[in-house]
Ligand binder design. Structure first.
Ligand SMILES: [Zn+2]
Length: 131
Protein backbone atom coordinates (compact mmCIF):
# COMPACT_ATOMS: atom_id res chain seq x y z
CA UNK A 1 0.00 0.00 0.00
CA UNK A 2 1.29 3.43 -0.98
CA UNK A 3 0.73 5.20 2.36
CA UNK A 4 1.50 2.23 4.60
CA UNK A 5 4.23 4.22 6.37
CA UNK A 6 1.57 6.69 7.53
CA UNK A 7 -0.25 3.87 9.32
CA UNK A 8 3.00 2.95 11.08
CA UNK A 9 3.58 6.58 12.00
CA UNK A 10 -0.02 7.04 13.23
CA UNK A 11 0.26 3.92 15.43
CA UNK A 12 3.89 4.66 16.48
CA UNK A 13 3.17 5.99 20.00
CA UNK A 14 1.38 2.72 20.85
CA UNK A 15 4.06 0.66 19.07
CA UNK A 16 6.68 2.40 21.21
CA UNK A 17 4.79 1.45 24.39
CA UNK A 18 4.62 -2.17 23.18
CA UNK A 19 8.32 -2.35 22.26
CA UNK A 20 9.30 -0.78 25.60
CA UNK A 21 7.20 -3.22 27.64
CA UNK A 22 8.41 -6.17 25.56
CA UNK A 23 12.08 -5.26 25.96
CA UNK A 24 11.80 -4.37 29.67
CA UNK A 25 10.22 -7.78 30.29
CA UNK A 26 13.05 -9.49 28.40
CA UNK A 27 10.90 -10.79 25.56
CA UNK A 28 12.09 -12.27 22.29
CA UNK A 29 11.07 -10.38 19.15
CA UNK A 30 10.00 -12.11 15.94
CA UNK A 31 8.85 -10.04 12.95
CA UNK A 32 5.76 -11.50 11.28
CA UNK A 33 4.22 -9.67 8.32
CA UNK A 34 5.31 -6.23 9.47
CA UNK A 35 4.34 -6.76 13.11
CA UNK A 36 6.75 -7.32 16.03
CA UNK A 37 5.57 -10.35 17.98
CA UNK A 38 7.24 -10.49 21.40
CA UNK A 39 6.95 -13.35 23.85
CA UNK A 40 8.63 -14.43 27.05
CA UNK A 41 8.17 -15.69 30.58
CA UNK A 42 7.69 -12.25 32.17
CA UNK A 43 5.35 -11.14 29.42
CA UNK A 44 3.31 -14.29 30.10
CA UNK A 45 3.18 -13.49 33.82
CA UNK A 46 1.98 -9.98 33.05
CA UNK A 47 -0.67 -11.06 30.54
CA UNK A 48 -2.01 -13.83 32.78
CA UNK A 49 -2.37 -11.50 35.75
CA UNK A 50 -4.41 -8.84 33.92
CA UNK A 51 -8.07 -8.28 34.94
CA UNK A 52 -9.00 -10.32 31.86
CA UNK A 53 -6.16 -12.89 31.59
CA UNK A 54 -4.88 -12.89 28.02
CA UNK A 55 -2.77 -15.10 25.77
CA UNK A 56 -1.78 -12.05 23.72
CA UNK A 57 -2.26 -8.29 23.56
CA UNK A 58 -1.68 -5.74 20.80
CA UNK A 59 -0.08 -2.31 21.18
CA UNK A 60 0.25 -0.63 17.78
CA UNK A 61 2.39 -2.83 15.55
CA UNK A 62 3.51 -4.95 18.51
CA UNK A 63 1.78 -8.09 19.77
CA UNK A 64 2.86 -9.29 23.20
CA UNK A 65 2.19 -13.00 23.68
CA UNK A 66 2.73 -15.62 26.36
CA UNK A 67 4.27 -18.21 24.00
CA UNK A 68 4.94 -18.63 20.26
CA UNK A 69 1.97 -21.05 20.16
CA UNK A 70 -0.29 -18.39 21.70
CA UNK A 71 0.92 -15.87 19.11
CA UNK A 72 0.13 -18.36 16.30
CA UNK A 73 -3.33 -19.16 17.70
CA UNK A 74 -4.36 -15.51 18.27
CA UNK A 75 -2.74 -13.99 15.15
CA UNK A 76 -5.95 -13.31 13.18
CA UNK A 77 -7.67 -11.74 16.20
CA UNK A 78 -4.66 -9.59 17.11
CA UNK A 79 -4.21 -8.46 13.48
CA UNK A 80 -7.71 -6.97 13.65
CA UNK A 81 -6.47 -4.94 16.64
CA UNK A 82 -3.40 -3.88 14.61
CA UNK A 83 -5.80 -2.57 11.93
CA UNK A 84 -7.79 -0.76 14.63
CA UNK A 85 -4.59 0.95 15.84
CA UNK A 86 -3.86 1.92 12.22
CA UNK A 87 -7.30 3.58 12.03
CA UNK A 88 -7.46 5.15 15.50
CA UNK A 89 -3.76 5.86 16.18
CA UNK A 90 -3.20 7.57 19.53
CA UNK A 91 -6.97 7.59 20.14
CA UNK A 92 -7.26 3.80 20.16
CA UNK A 93 -6.44 3.17 23.83
CA UNK A 94 -8.69 5.97 25.17
CA UNK A 95 -11.52 4.80 22.86
CA UNK A 96 -11.05 1.14 23.83
CA UNK A 97 -10.82 1.84 27.56
CA UNK A 98 -13.67 4.36 27.37
CA UNK A 99 -15.93 1.81 25.67
CA UNK A 100 -15.09 -0.75 28.35
CA UNK A 101 -15.77 1.77 31.13
CA UNK A 102 -19.16 2.70 29.68
CA UNK A 103 -20.09 -0.99 29.34
CA UNK A 104 -19.01 -1.70 32.93
CA UNK A 105 -21.04 1.25 34.22
CA UNK A 106 -24.03 -0.16 32.30
CA UNK A 107 -23.52 -3.52 34.01
CA UNK A 108 -22.50 -5.23 30.77
CA UNK A 109 -19.45 -7.31 29.84
CA UNK A 110 -16.68 -4.71 29.51
CA UNK A 111 -14.51 -7.09 27.45
CA UNK A 112 -16.75 -9.20 25.21
CA UNK A 113 -19.19 -6.34 24.73
CA UNK A 114 -16.48 -3.91 23.63
CA UNK A 115 -17.04 -3.06 19.92
CA UNK A 116 -13.30 -3.40 19.24
CA UNK A 117 -13.37 -6.96 20.63
CA UNK A 118 -16.61 -7.80 18.80
CA UNK A 119 -14.88 -6.84 15.53
CA UNK A 120 -11.76 -8.86 16.45
CA UNK A 121 -13.71 -11.95 17.56
CA UNK A 122 -15.69 -11.84 14.31
CA UNK A 123 -12.63 -13.28 12.52
CA UNK A 124 -13.57 -16.56 14.19
CA UNK A 125 -17.03 -16.27 12.64
CA UNK A 126 -16.74 -15.73 8.85
CA UNK A 127 -20.35 -14.49 8.63
CA UNK A 128 -19.40 -11.44 10.71
CA UNK A 129 -16.17 -10.53 8.92
CA UNK A 130 -15.91 -6.97 7.71
CA UNK A 131 -12.89 -7.64 5.46
ZN1 LIG B 1 -8.93 -8.68 21.46
Amino acid sequence: MRFRWLQYLWAAPNTLIGITIGLLLGGRIVWVSGVAEIHGRWIARGLRSMPVPAAAMTLGHVVLGCTPADLDRTRLHERVHVQQYERWGPFFLPAYLGASLVLKLMGRDAYRGNPFEIEAYAVDDPSKRSF
